[in-house]
Design a protein around this ligand. Structure first.
Ligand SMILES: [Zn+2]
Length: 353
């Protein structure tokens, strides 16, 4: 509550004094989306809410970008980086990570209507498959499971004490469990190696709702959908093969994720793929080197602002979700939208932590 008041006041002051327009704005303002859903936000059971925008808010956010900025394509950015035509003043750019099917079914028609191009960074091993990310399996088990979570389930599923303790805490929450209740658990699990996370999630899901990975929908885009969107003015680039966080991999495995995903994209799409977005925004300077060795020239990172990378070719993306630009009374607020897009809010939050 206090934080939301601070945010609203800060946004108003910074916006109306022109600070957000002047202050350290990069040449390119990038929006980093994941999913766009028609489901009411409180009934989402397949992704953390920080990754979800409703169709209604997505349309307002992108409409604002299209009104207040010059929305550019990936090709325009790459050309400007190579000394070609410079980007227009107040250039804006829309991106999606992971390659969720809703990018085609929900977001694409809205983007077409608004005349706004976007770029999708896909995890190539998931394209056209029925696979799901581990956090989707976990959330479905906890929020849709046939048997509700009970204290002791984590220990019984072989979970380490720290994360089993978080499950016990969640078991004590009033029912039903809501999507935001799973955020802390998901963040805690991210510190484990991916193969270990998969084992832990499968063991828990087995206890709560039968076999893990049993899915009611296809979560990811197909190659045909990606090709169709490219013909419609969108662009596609790489977000690795399997979405493993590069900093948790041996360098050989990181290089494989980088190289193999680029080869697959080029084969399926029939053009060079030179842009890359880091899963979870995590990298060390050596991963920038590995990515360049794999043939990438342009890099999209989160507001975690890690060092390194080729000058002028690394672009920071504030993550955009349903709450971004939503004012205290639920309507759309350009000031709050600007506060997020500028990256200033992420910096304020970091200081406040
Ligand atoms: Zn991702």
């Amino acid at each position: 509550m206090l934080m939301s008041l601070v945010k609203t006041v800060a946004a108003g002051v910074l916006h109306h004094t022109g600070y957000l327009r002047r202050a350290e704005r990069p040449a390119l303002t990038v929006l980093g989306y994941h999913r766009v859903l028609t489901t009411p936000i409180e009934s989402v059971t397949t992704s953390p809410l920080g990754m979800v925008a409703t169709a209604e808010m997505f349309e307002r956010q992108v409409a604002y970008l299209a009104r207040a900025y010059n929305v550019v394509t990936l090709e325009q950015i790459q050309e400007a980086c190579e000394g070609g035509r410079p980007l227009p003043e107040r250039a804006g750019f829309v991106t999606f990570d992971d390659g969720w099917a809703d990018n085609y079914t929900v977001a694409y028609p809205i983007l077409r209507r608004l005349g706004a191009p976007a770029t999708i960074f896909v995890t190539t091993d998931y394209v056209g498959t029925e696979r799901e990310f581990w956090f989707t399996t976990l959330m479905r088990a906890l929020l849709e499971g046939r048997r509700p979570l009970q204290a002791g389930d984590g220990r019984a599923a072989g979970w380490p004490a720290e994360v089993a303790g978080e499950l016990d805490r969640m078991a004590g929450l009033p029912r039903p469990l809501r999507p935001w209740h799973t955020d802390r658990l998901i963040e805690m699990l991210k510190s484990y190696p991916e193969t270990r996370i998969d084992e832990l999630v499968a063991a828990l899901a087995g206890r709560l709702h039968g076999p893990a990975g049993e899915s009611r929908e296809s979560f990811f885009l197909t190659w045909d959908q990606l090709r169709e969107m490219e013909r419609g003015g969108m662009s596609v680039a790489s977000h690795t093969c399997t979405h493993k966080i590069l900093t948790q991999l041996a360098d050989d495995d990181a290089a494989e994720e980088l190289g193999r995903s680029r080869e697959r994209l080029e084969k399926e799409l029939g053009h060079p793929v030179l842009s890359f977005a880091f899963p979870n925004g995590d990298y060390e300077p050596r991963h920038m080197t590995l990515a360049q060795e794999a043939g990438y020239r342009y890099f999209f990172i989160s507001t975690k602002l890690r060092p390194g990378g080729p000058e002028g070719r690394v672009f920071v993306r504030p993550c955009v979700h349903d709450g971004v630009g939503r004012g205290p009374t639920g309507g759309f607020s350009p000031s709050l939208m600007e506060l997020h897009m500028s990256g200033v809010w992420d910096r304020i939050r970091k200081i406040a932590k």
